[in-house]
Ligand binder design. Structure first.
Ligand SMILES: [Zn+2]
Length: 63
């Protein structure tokens, strides 16, 4: 399942495969090369990202 989350550094949307993410694969932002992954240390921040992303989707037209 492909999802997009906003890069925590530059807000570029990064396509991630949720299945691969859960398996420990990390993904990089195409714009600034920030790494996104389920490292134990960043678990909470990723969950925040996903929560923010779902909040954004609720808005009718953000920009
Ligand atoms: Zn970025």
């Amino acid at each position: 399942m492909i999802q997009q989350i906003a890069c925590p550094n530059c807000a570029t949307e990064i396509p991630i495969d949720a299945q691969q993410l859960l398996e420990g694969k990390s993904f990089s932002c195409n714009n600034c090369n920030t790494s996104i992954g389920l490292a134990k240390d960043s678990n909470t921040s990723l969950q925040d990202q996903l929560k923010v992303f779902s909040d954004l989707k609720k808005e009718p037209s953000g920009k």
